[in-house]
Design a binder for this molecule. Structure first.
Ligand code: HEC
Ligand code: HEC
Length: 203
């Protein structure tokens, strides 16, 4: 390669690397601003949730978070609280927000009621074959950490879990009309309370 060409190429490489690095910093500082200005109020700085009705986002599977944010944005999952928070955000910002919260450590709740925990564990691990209630563990995993598109339930607020189960029953959460509706609609109030309480204490 001749020297001038080599020189031009190395300058070009420098410019490209620089602008890429710059672009990344711009997006991550923009995302840090969004977290501080919008999300903290309800989800807390690390996504731990400031109130038991607001879901914990910390430690949640990133792909699941991305999917739910697009669901709110499109109206597939209805929330007059969440939709305006995301309306002006780009896909790239949403992906980065998901990774920010997913990477934080979730702190489980302190659960003391041993009897309730045991009932909840039974529902989670074996369901109720007599009433055709599938074990939650089949889909959410034996440690309730979920999978790519399946939410982690371990350590989530009991009140939030209970609220979502009721929404699946009444079909007001429309992102999953079949799987969760068919499981939750067969459960008694006592089973819903027990499994939600059990899950909130899992690490
Ligand atoms: C005013 C309170 C509030 C603010 C501000 C807020 N959220 Fe939420 N968020 C909620 C509530 C309430 C829900 C549950 C919605 C429902 O199911 O009705 C929720 C749900 C979510 C979920 C779905 C979690 C799950 O487990 O399915 C994600 C993801 C989320 N919020 C991300 C964010 C991000 C990112 C921001 C900042 C851009 C933000 N939220 C700002 C209240 C808020
Ligand atoms: C056949 C598979 C399957 C089974 C069994 C199942 N789930 Fe789910 N669950 C899902 C899927 C898929 C979603 C995600 C729905 C969506 O995209 O909105 C989900 C979502 C949830 C959510 C919403 C979490 C959030 O962060 O908003 C809760 C709570 C939940 N499941 C609890 C349970 C409990 C408790 C059981 C057992 C009684 C159970 N699930 C059994 C597949 C299942």
């Amino acid at each position: 390669m001749n020297r001038p060409l080599k020189y031009v190429l190395s300058i070009l490489a420098l410019i490209t690397t620089n602008s890429l690095a710059h672009g990344a910093t711009d997006t991550s500082s923009r995302v840090a601003d969004i977290v501080r200005q919008r999300c903290i109020e309800c989800h807390g700085p690390t996504g731990q949730g400031t109130n038991s009705q607001f879901p914990k986002l910390s430690g949640q599977n990133a792909d699941y978070l991305v999917k739910q944010m697009f669901n709110f944005k499109s109206g597939a999952r209805k929330s007059s609280v969440m939709a305006p928070q995301l309306a002006d955000l780009t896909g790239e910002e949403i992906v980065q927000l998901a990774h920010h919260f997913s990477g934080e450590r979730l702190i489980p709740e302190v659960t003391m009621d041993k009897a309730l925990i045991e009932v909840g564990r039974e529902v989670f691990m074996t369901g109720n074959p007599a009433r055709e209630i599938s074990a939650c563990a089949v889909c959410h995993g034996p440690t309730a950490r979920g999978g790519q598109m399946l939410p982690r339930l371990a350590g989530q607020h009991a009140d939030y879990i209970e609220l979502q189960l009721r929404r699946f029953i009444e079909r007001s959460r429309t992102t999953d009309q079949t799987l969760m509706h068919s499981v939750a609609s067969k459960m008694t109030d006592a089973e819903i309370r027990a499994v939600s309480y059990f899950l909130s204490g899992l690490d």
